[in-house]
Design a protein around this ligand. Structure first.
Ligand SMILES: [Fe+2]
Ligand SMILES: [Fe+2]
Length: 251
């Protein structure tokens, strides 16, 4: 059976998690993954959503099937306030947001600048809406509300995070990722994007308790909250926020 190594590693988590995994555990995970694929082939189950679909739309972050073998149901969502703020999005659409909170907590502990902490806090929230090309989508979505440096860093973390991964078995990245990497590597803001991937490595710790509270002031200082509410301010990316407010609207 052909295994897409990259898709398999993506189900395991970050590079650090994979590197820390004993070989037997990796082998077991691979077996589990292949069993899932086989089951899927045997039952003729097809993916209900594309793998690049965001979590709010019912994609399944840990592989094609849920723990009971069936597809995972979509998340139940509460309605949003009339003029939603970024904090409302964290509460009603991004929660529990453990990964980004852990990244930002790590960045804060290590004394990073406020903009770097904000970039860590925001670097993967777009995965709730869409996963494919998440660096680009994520940067674009927040571009009207943050400094150019923050959105630049988020756009490029996607390419940078591939680079150390060859050591754990990622196949060589696609050509456009390589081009983006070369571009980012030579840019004056290279380190801004690189720091996101540095704090990403520490960001999957099951026992680490996190909260949004330490970041509220940083958001206040570096995120331009529109008074009409995110989604209703007429910005070039307002529709993206509305997409997450009303993911069930068919048109
Ligand atoms: Fe990411
Ligand atoms: Fe991440």
């Amino acid at each position: 059976m052909e295994v897409d190594r990259r898709a398999f590693f993506a189900t395991l988590g970050s590079t650090a998690v994979i590197a820390a995994m004993p070989d037997e555990e990796k082998a077991e995970a691979l077996e589990h993954y292949m069993t899932g694929m086989l089951d899927q082939q045997a039952t003729g189950n097809e993916l209900l959503v594309r793998r690049g679909t965001g979590d709010l739309f019912g994609s399944q972050p840990n592989g094609p099937q849920g723990p009971t073998g069936g597809p995972r149901p979509v998340k139940t969502l509460e309605p949003m306030p009339e003029k939603p703020t970024l904090l409302d999005f964290f509460k009603y659409r991004f929660a529990p947001a453990t990964h980004v909170l852990q990244s930002a907590t790590d960045a804060m502990k290590k004394g990073e600048k406020e903009e770097t902490i904000l970039a860590c806090l925001m670097h993967d929230v777009v995965l709730n809406m869409i996963k494919v090309d998440h660096g680009w989508w994520g940067a674009q979505m927040i571009e009207p509300y943050v400094s150019e440096k923050v959105s630049w860093a988020i756009r490029h973390h996607q390419a940078l995070r591939f680079y150390p991964d060859e050591s754990v078995g990622y196949s060589y990245p696609e050509q456009y990722i390589k081009k983006t990497y070369d571009f980012a590597r030579n840019h004056k803001w290279y380190m801004e994007a690189r720091m996101i991937t540095v704090h990403d490595l520490y960001a999957f710790q099951p026992d680490m308790k996190v909260s949004l509270d330490p970041f509220i002031d940083i958001i206040g200082r570096h995120f331009k909250q529109p008074k009409e509410g995110l989604g209703f301010d007429g910005s070039p990316t307002a529709h993206m926020w509305r997409t997450m407010i009303f993911p069930d609207h068919p048109l």
